[in-house]
Ligand binder design. Structure first.
Ligand SMILES: [Zn+2]
Length: 360
């Protein structure tokens, strides 16, 4: 991959252009009168009852909410007056979020030792990644070479943020669909650099450490092997990646994608694996969109792990989930899920896998 072209937005934020072969990004000056950025825009508060950090980002109340299509801040803005991407066109761009939940640099956070309230500045990084300049498109509709460019951009950002001081975990993700609270319909995702290990990741690594002690091998490799051996929940495979509905799926639609070889993160995938990943990811998203007459709302979460002893058992994979239960109903998190973290699923993982297998 060639290095991205770098530019600056009017308030000093970084903007990176990732281009397909033969395309040369041509950014123009960002001429918007943006207010200067304020440091320490959010706060982290430690919930001593659960051992979890909560991000308090009150300024996000003012963020852009469902703008009309002609005011989309993610469409290219050739005049430099209308958009977060001042350029006549682009393939894939990444820029720092104007309303960041996390910003600035500090030290990684462990569990506070004192007995009182514990808070810390909301250091870290939040970036927006636009998958395409086409306002009405979606990731699933990207040609394979363009999907691979997005994968390359995820990889570039992951390497950059993992090496940044104070960042403990890099999380690339996509939310698609107004049903799950997406406020901008333009196809995009986000990239978070957290200063702490997220609760789900910490729980998974704890399980993996215990598994290693009891069984002597990697938990996720063992789960993948078990899913392949069982076969009833496999959705689709290629020579380098496998997609399946997990045995204990929580969501009405849930698919996990694993590389067949153990790697910690997207940075460690080789060229053939990056191509195979882009292809299988498009394959799964295509099946999602064929499930119902309207595109499936979904969340796609890249689980990546850093090169630290504490994260050594982490196995790179993607978890995709949807709250759509059928053509007309959504699953809302009810008391058991919201209050107790105990999920109740109305469908068997095997029946969902069979349905998705048939949509190839
Ligand atoms: Zn747009």
């Amino acid at each position: 991959m060639t290095a991205p072209i770098r530019a600056k937005l009017a308030d000093g934020r970084d903007l990176l252009f990732f281009a397909l072969p033969g395309h040369l990004p041509a950014p123009v000056a960002d001429r918007r009168p943006l207010p200067p950025r304020v440091p320490d825009q959010s706060q982290l508060r430690y919930d001593r009852a659960t051992g979890r950090w909560v991000i308090v980002a009150a300024l996000r109340q003012d963020r852009t909410y469902k703008p009309p299509p002609d005011q989309c801040p993610l469409c290219p803005g050739p005049t430099g007056l209308t958009s977060e991407v001042p350029a006549p066109d682009y393939d894939v761009v990444v820029f720092e979020n104007r309303f960041p939940s996390l910003s600035g640099t500090g030290a990684p956070l462990g569990a506070p030792s004192g007995a009182g309230f514990a808070a810390a500045p909301g250091h870290g990084r939040t970036e927006v990644i636009c998958f395409s300049s086409d306002h009405t498109g979606s990731f699933a509709q990207l040609p394979p070479a363009h999907a691979r460019l997005v994968v390359d951009a995820w990889r570039h950002r992951s390497a950059d943020l993992m090496a940044a001081p104070g960042i403990e975990q890099v999380f690339c993700f996509e939310n698609r669909g107004e049903e799950i609270g997406v406020t901008l319909t333009h196809p995009h995702g986000q990239i978070y650099g957290y200063p702490f290990l997220t609760p789900r990741t910490a729980a998974m690594l704890g399980q993996a450490d215990t598994h290693r002690m009891c069984h002597g091998d990697n938990l996720f490799a063992s789960l993948l092997a078990a899913e392949i051996a069982d076969g009833s929940r496999i959705v689709t495979r290629n020579e380098l990646f496998t997609a399946f509905v997990p045995f204990a799926a929580r969501w009405p639609v849930e698919v996990h994608i694993y590389p067949n070889r153990f790697v910690r993160n997207i940075i460690d995938l080789d060229d053939a694996e990056l191509d195979a990943f882009a292809r299988l990811y498009l394959d799964v998203l295509g099946r999602f969109d064929r499930m119902y007459s309207a595109p499936l709302p979904y969340i796609s979460a890249l689980h990546q792990f850093a090169y630290t002893e504490a994260q050594a058992e982490g196995y790179f994979h993607v978890e995709l989930m949807s709250i759509r239960r059928n053509a007309t109903k959504l699953k809302y998190l009810a008391a058991s899920e919201s209050a107790m973290d105990a999920f109740i699923s109305d469908v068997t993982p095997e029946s969902v896998a069979e349905r998705l297998r048939g949509l190839g």
